[in-house]
Design a protein around this ligand. Structure first.
Ligand code: DX5
Ligand code: ZN
Length: 216
């Protein structure tokens, strides 16, 4: 069976004790920390900026998976890179030179991903697949944790899996939103490599058991 990576989202963490919660995630078996950056413009919510990432970097060596839900990723991505991001994902729906931005992020020495919102089809990013390290498929409308998984996104995951495998692209599929023990097997079967999970892990009495239940 292929290895699945769990990216534990800090969106459901206690923001007054982020370092502690990240250590809970680490002890529970998460390999990536998923950091949801929202600007109150691209999405109707505001979360954190690069200063928080910089402080958190001192508290853990886990892989930082930064999900930029911002209107202007070209302006801000370098702050996150300097603060310790290992991967920066921006949204396909923003107005920018997407290929150029992917290349700039990669040539800075970290990984680059693109995310698609539920209404954005895979065809929008197909031409970029050869240069992407990761595609993030949103299975909720971005903006908030704790929403229900949109099952009708599963064909998008399958379609991406097929495109990546047939063309032998070096790109992983990450799925984000509403992941729990019921929805994770659906995503894994459809071809996901990385599962983002926020509320399910951090609200569990036993986060370690919660992560195990995602991998069965
Ligand atoms: C939503 C964020 C998600 C969120 C997932 O816009 O991108 O990463 O943290 O939270 P859960 O797992 O609670 O759906
Ligand atoms: Zn996210």
């Amino acid at each position: 069976m292929k290895k699945i990576i769990i990216a534990s989202s800090i969106l459901s963490a206690n923001f007054a004790a982020l370092a502690q919660d990240v250590n809970v995630m680490k002890r529970a078996g998460a390999e990536w920390v998923h950091i949801d950056v929202m600007d109150g413009h691209f999405v109707p919510n505001i979360t954190i900026g690069s200063l928080v990432v910089k402080s958190l970097r001192k508290a853990t060596s886990l892989f930082f998976d930064v999900h930029l839900m911002v209107t202007n990723p070209e302006k801000y991505w370098q702050d996150f890179k300097k603060s310790g991001a290992n991967l920066i994902t921006f949204h396909s729906e923003v107005e920018c030179d997407r290929k150029r931005l992917v290349e700039d992020i990669k040539s800075s020495g970290i990984k680059a991903g693109i995310s698609i919102k539920p209404k954005t089809p895979v065809s929008e990013i197909e031409e970029l697949l050869p240069c992407l390290d990761l595609v993030l498929v949103m299975t909720v409308e971005p903006g908030f944790g704790g929403q229900s998984f949109m099952k009708d996104m599963v064909p998008k995951i399958k379609n991406l899996r097929k495109l990546i495998d047939e063309n032998k692209y070096n790109c992983v599929i990450e799925v984000d939103g509403g992941i729990n023990s019921q929805t994770s097997p659906i995503c894994i079967k459809a071809g996901a490599d990385v599962l983002v999970s926020g509320s399910y892990i951090l609200s569990a009495a036993n986060p370690s058991e919660a992560i195990k239940s995602l991998l069965i």
